[in-house]
Design a protein around this ligand. Structure first.
Ligand code: HEC
Length: 122
């Protein structure tokens, strides 16, 4: 007869895997490697118009009216929810629409804003 009882060595292996995955999750922060929000900031095109000079990001757009603030220097004045709808171009700030419409997911936008909020200058 076969048994489905959990074998001790399997439990130990699972515990080891769980411990390893914690180490892996913490590694980027410890090693100063790229945060997910930073990668998304570049991938979603924010870096075309916004520098984050302290993080080695320089905006690439040439038209002056398109260039936004260095987002590593000053915390946004609007609160999180207001910023999200502003970046999706659902609302305006000071009567102005944001220059670009965010097309990614809410989770991605959240990760970008978390990363920005974590920067030393903000
Ligand atoms: C086509 C150019 C362009 C792109 C792309 C762009 N922005 Fe902007 N953004 C601007 C301009 C211009 C402003 C208005 C001036 C300012 O406040 O920086 C602005 C304003 C902002 C503000 C408000 C700053 C404040 O405190 O008022 C935030 C936050 C912001 N952008 C974040 C982002 C993020 C995040 C992305 C990527 C998802 C992005 N922007 C993509 C041009 C751009």
């Amino acid at each position: 007869m076969t048994t489905n009882a959990i074998r001790p060595h399997r439990v130990a292996r699972l515990a080891l895997l769980a411990a390893l995955s914690l180490v892996v999750a913490a590694a980027p922060a410890l090693a100063g490697e790229e945060a997910p929000g930073k990668k998304l900031f570049v991938d979603q095109g924010c870096a075309r118009c916004h520098s984050v000079a302290g993080q080695g990001i320089e905006h690439s757009v040439k038209v002056a009216s398109m260039v936004g603030a260095d987002l590593g220097k000053a915390a946004p004045t609007a609160d999180r929810e207001a910023l999200k709808s502003f970046l999706k171009q659902s609302t305006t700030i000071d009567g102005e629409k944001h220059k670009a419409k965010f097309k990614g997911s809410d989770e991605e936008l959240q990760a970008i804003l978390d990363w920005l909020a974590s920067l030393p200058g903000s």
